[in-house]
Design a binder for this molecule. Structure first.
Ligand SMILES: [Zn+2]
Length: 297
């Protein structure tokens, strides 16, 4: 693996598992979010803070597992999606962490590649785009991770042929161990919702603890993988895959340059495992809400 055609095939297979995510204040909650942001002050500038509160934030996520991935019953299938927590950075800091109460002030919603492609092929205007509500199930803000679940049937509802086949959003497996240095890799991203998902090729560089790299006022405690690859703002949460299609990192920062920073895969692997197990337990014992699975820190 490693030839251009093989990477192209890898991208064509994996783009089905990338989602575009939007976080917006729940109706009537903007004032409460503003009060929180003013208390936390993770964004120091008052105007910037006000803008962050009033405008929806967007990022990218990827399917890391599904609850009914082993059978063909798409109606019962829920996707477990991983993205970055810092889309909500205006409401937490290391001293005032992200909690379930804070996350509940936002509506998380997603579109998948198929849903957006169907809208474009039908030449429907952008205003007809319908995001599907996702549930925030867990967060590890110290690792900049947020986990969501979304129903496959809800994604299909836009159009009968949307999300084709029994497994339209296959899980991207997460590598348990740190990637090697100087390894060819591919960033799978979706920078603008009205354009298609894209890839960018890169090389892994070094890895180091986040505390060695910045002021870290959000209180991250994680290893970052540095990669020579282009990224821009709005791509946060995009998966980085190796030649075997394993996720080796999730885009965290470095936007606007050719050197980018990724949450290292062992952090992602641990949370993907815990989330999958919890979701299954919640389903088995018939608890309607998976809010009980929420963990911060
Ligand atoms: Zn889909």
């Amino acid at each position: 693996m490693g030839e251009p055609n093989e990477w192209r095939a890898r991208f064509d297979g994996a783009k089905h598992s990338v989602v575009y995510i939007q976080f917006a204040p729940l109706p009537g909650m903007a004032n409460e979010i503003q009060r929180l942001a003013d208390r936390v002050r993770s964004i120091e500038d008052e105007q910037e803070r006000r803008l962050a509160v009033r405008s929806p934030s967007t990022c990218v996520g990827f399917v890391h597992s599904s609850t009914n991935g082993d059978d063909d019953d798409a109606a019962a299938c829920h996707l477990n999606v991983m993205t970055t927590a810092h889309a909500l950075k205006h409401v937490y800091s290391w001293a005032d962490p992200l909690t379930i109460e804070k996350a509940r002030l936002f509506r998380a919603s997603v579109v998948c590649y198929h849903r957006e492609e169907a809208r474009r092929l039908s030449r429907l205007p952008e205003e007809s785009r319908r995001y599907v509500e996702a549930k925030i199930t867990a967060s590890s803000w110290a690792h900049d991770i947020l986990l969501l679940t979304v129903g496959v049937e809800a994604l299909r509802s836009f159009h009968a042929e949307v999300c084709p086949g029994p497994h339209p959003h296959p899980a991207l497996p997460v590598a348990p161990k740190m990637p090697r240095k100087a390894m060819r890799c591919m960033l799978l991203t979706w920078p603008e919702v009205d354009g298609p998902p894209r890839d960018a090729m890169g090389w892994t560089s070094c890895s180091r603890g986040v505390e060695m790299m910045s002021t870290n006022h959000l209180g991250y405690r994680m290893i970052l993988v540095e990669v020579d690859v282009d990224s821009v703002a709005g791509m946060s949460g995009a998966p980085l895959v190796d030649a075997d299609g394993m996720v080796i990192g999730m885009l965290h920062g470095g936007f606007g340059g050719t050197h980018s920073y990724f949450v290292a895969c062992p952090h992602l692997y641990q949370w993907a495992r815990q989330n999958r197990t919890r979701t299954r337990i919640v389903r088995r014992i018939g608890v309607a809400s998976s809010w009980a699975t929420f963990k911060a820190g």
